[in-house]
Design a protein around this ligand. Structure first.
Ligand code: SAM
Length: 365
């Protein structure tokens, strides 16, 4: 008789979906999260591969605490992606030693954004080891809890250098004013609230303002720390005035990762002060243009390069863009566009008010 037993655990990991997905493919991570309870050696002469590949079979030798031989097992990864959901399945079976008792083994790790910043891992193991199944369940259950604790503590190391840099900038007190950007209200004037995406949402002041106007907002940022602050702010405002605000916070690298789905396309996409090297910012512009629905609007706002003359602190010159660059980039891609400089007041040197300008592009698709 086949006795199947199941373990199901869910864990929140403080890294982006793509960072966790990369970690699940890393045999080094597999070894780290298994140790010291179980230690694995690769049977192949050239050791572990650099990355687990879907559809391949790997044979590993296990020992308890590195001392007690457990025998060998196969690892058979099969991976799939659907929208923002990723699945890593391993139906590797025991081959020799105590592991040979495991006649059926189905390990499924499913990843999806939690909606509040971290990535959710749903981890399920279904296995059978004949009469030993209940005893092995106990061992696997303890092992699974240790694996999850190890993954939680390792997750910060899976972050990219750039994400780590932004996270540490956000680690102290609030970085921005908590007020929406001056240009936002005017940039969305006349639009009917529907699905909006903010890229580089920071601490979420713009996303919260949009949500208060009735937009269903997806707010993304490279920094998990920034989005966590935004979600705390959303919760405190909901508690304060009971006004529900729809915000899905997704930690991602908007330059290198896919933008969040569903929906596949947004009626409004906004990015404020996404300054970076030309190649990076234009990569970001192209990605954002790709998710604007027909008839939708893309809003891009940057600091005017002329502000430097007003003595205010601005990103280095090669990180800035002007009306000309925006017009040349978007004119061939859109239905119509307005690119202007909008003036506003801000505190300058010695806390004296100075007039600065934002470069604002309203791009209609
Ligand atoms: C200058 S801040 C602006 C924050 C916010 N939009 C505001 O106006 O207060 C730029 C934001 O972009 C985020 N960011 C930088 N590179 C990114 C990337 N590749 N993908 C997503 N967000 C990124 C940073 O973490 C930061 O929060």
């Amino acid at each position: 008789m086949l006795v199947l037993m199941k373990i199901s655990l869910t864990t929140q990991l403080n890294a982006s979906l793509e960072e966790v997905w990369a970690a699940l493919h890393d045999p080094g991570v597999f070894q780290s999260v298994s140790a010291p309870f179980l230690r694995f050696r690769a049977e192949a002469q050239d050791g572990f591969p650099e990355r687990w590949e879907s559809g391949k079979t790997y044979v590993v030798r296990a020992s308890a605490l590195g001392l007690l031989p457990f025998g060998t097992q196969e690892i058979n990864p099969v991976t799939s992606s659907e929208g923002m959901r990723r699945q890593f399945r391993d139906n590797g079976r025991g081959l020799t030693g105590a592991l040979a008792a495991v006649s059926s083994f189905q390990h499924t790790m499913t990843l999806e954004p939690s909606g509040v910043g971290p990535t959710t891992l749903h981890d399920t193991l279904e296995f059978s080891a004949g009469a030993l199944t209940p005893l092995m369940w106990l061992g696997f259950r303890v092992f699974w809890s240790l694996r999850h604790a190890a993954m939680r503590s390792l997750a910060s190391q899976w972050r990219s250098a750039e994400a780590g840099r932004w996270d540490s900038r956000y680690a102290g007190s609030a970085m921005w004013s908590g007020k929406p950007n001056a240009a936002l209200e005017r940039a969305v004037e006349g639009l009917t609230p529907s699905h909006a995406l903010e890229v580089g949402a920071g601490e979420g002041a713009d996303a919260l303002w949009l949500a208060e106007q009735g937009w269903n907002v997806t707010a993304t940022d490279l920094s998990l720390a920034a989005l966590t602050r935004g979600e705390a702010q959303r919760q405190s405002r909901v508690t304060r005035d009971h006004h529900p605000r729809m915000i899905r916070w997704v930690t991602l690298d908007a330059v290198n990762d896919s933008l969040p789905t569903p929906p596949e396309k947004y009626d409004l996409v906004v990015n404020f002060f996404g300054h970076g090297p030309k190649e990076v910012r234009e990569g970001l512009w192209a990605a954002m243009a790709g998710v604007v629905a027909p008839g939708g609007r893309l809003v891009i706002v940057g600091h005017s390069p002329n502000d430097v003359a007003a003595g205010v602190q601005r990103p280095p010159e090669d990180m800035m863009f002007d009306t000309r660059e925006l017009t040349d980039f978007f004119a061939p891609l859109c239905e119509s566009l307005t690119v202007e400089q909008w003036q506003r007041e801000q505190n300058g040197p010695g806390d004296q008010p100075v007039t600065v300008a934002d470069v604002v592009a309203l791009i209609q698709f």
